[in-house]
Design a protein around this ligand. Structure first.
Ligand code: G3I
Length: 345
């Protein structure tokens, strides 16, 4: 008893040590934990299978994952009625074993649709009424398969054009704008606990796209459609200004009661890589995380691949690349260190 009293007396007598704040996190998982968010990455399924070093970094650093391609329609149903779940299952299984939550990407999109579907619509052998049934079955089958295993679904992806009109895709053309509400309702029915998102690019800064997406969300909410979040893809390039109003845009969606997620962040550059470009890139990554953390509703910060070894950028933008946090050898770039230096909110 006595030593305890002495210890207590000493503690009260001694001045409290100056509070230095939490120490710098050692890795992205620790960073995520300190900030109370999830930090995720898109996963290249072939790399996950074949590259031990890739797998090690993925499972060590990230507590959230998105399939880069493995859950898209052409991947899961390349032939009509013949589902190929092996890749998507492998990703979900790996995530579960490594305490990672999963974003399902994506249920309704205009890209990476199987040929049987696009060709059937084009030649009229799939009628609009049948297309609607096909879409309902696709959403129901996929969401049900992963019921309870997917934290959040990108239900509709890229449904607004740059000029703020609804995107002309096979869904709008054949089913009318109601396909969006239907998709959310079907997904909700298949897994009532999954968070359902609308996901898009350039809504970090493009006013017509932002305004239409906000109106769309309000309209869905007014009709009681289950929509829970908005995903900002965040495909940035250092040759363009950083989208300086991004935090405000996030706040406008948060004010509608939505969860906010950065879903596909990468920051590309015109090659060759220089130290100056890497420093600018680091600043863009740092600002993106800071913006997310400045909005209470922003709970997920996902990068579109974590290594320059596997990135969509060089294949899509001639002469550009080096968009990720780690280089081709999985060595951390300044951007990685910049993220670790972002202080708690
Ligand atoms: O599967 C074939 C393979 O059989 C073939 O050998 C190979 C040869 O090029 O192509 C493979 O398909 C590629 C596919 O990725 C899987 O690797 C396609 O050509 C390629 O076009 C496709 O690119 C993907 C792109 O979406 C397609 O739109 C990228 O990997 C993927 O990162 C990208 O992701 C999108 C998000 O889903 C939505 N937001 C934008 C983002 C970047 O475009």
């Amino acid at each position: 008893m006595k030593p305890l009293i002495i210890a207590l007396a000493l503690m009260l007598a001694l001045p409290a040590p100056a509070y230095a704040g939490p120490r710098q996190p050692r890795d992205l998982r620790e960073l995520a934990h300190q900030h109370g968010i999830r930090i995720g990455t898109a996963v290249d399924i072939a790399a996950l299978r074949d590259e031990a070093d890739y797998r090690k970094v993925l499972n060590h650093q990230f507590n959230h994952v998105t399939a880069e391609n493995a859950m898209k329609w052409e991947s899961v149903e390349p032939e009509r009625g013949a589902y190929t779940w092996a890749d998507a299952d492998a990703l979900v299984h790996n995530a579960h074993r490594n305490r990672q939550r999963v974003r399902g990407h994506t249920l309704v999109w205009h890209n990476q649709l199987p040929a049987w579907l696009t060709e059937g619509v084009a030649d009229g052998s799939i009628t609009p009424a049948e297309l609607k049934r096909i879409l309902r079955d696709h959403i129901t089958t996929q969401v049900r398969r992963y019921k309870g295993k997917i934290r959040a679904w990108d239900v509709v992806n890229e449904v607004v054009e740059e000029d703020g009109s609804l995107r002309q895709n096979i869904w709008l053309t054949n089913l009318g704008p109601g396909y969006i509400a239907d998709a959310f309702r079907w997904a909700h029915r298949a897994d009532p606990h999954a968070k359902l998102f609308i996901n898009d690019y350039n809504i970090e800064w493009n006013t017509p796209k932002i305004e239409t997406t906000l109106s769309l969300v309000k309209d869905l909410q007014a009709r009681g459609v289950p929509i829970h979040g908005v995903g900002f893809q965040g495909h940035l390039g250092i040759q363009y200004d950083y989208p300086g109003d991004w935090a405000n845009v996030m706040r406008r969606f948060a004010d509608l009661g939505l969860e906010i997620a950065v879903t596909e962040l990468d920051v590309r550059m015109v090659l060759p890589v220089t130290p100056e470009k890497l420093a600018t890139q680091a600043d863009y990554y740092r600002r993106a995380l800071t913006d997310c953390l400045s909005v209470e509703a922003c709970k997920e910060f996902t990068v579109w691949g974590f290594t320059d070894r596997h990135s969509w950028v060089p294949g899509w933008f001639d002469g550009e690349g080096a968009a990720c946090l780690l280089d081709e050898n999985l060595a951390p770039k300044p951007a990685y260190r910049a993220l670790l230096g972002v202080r708690a909110r």
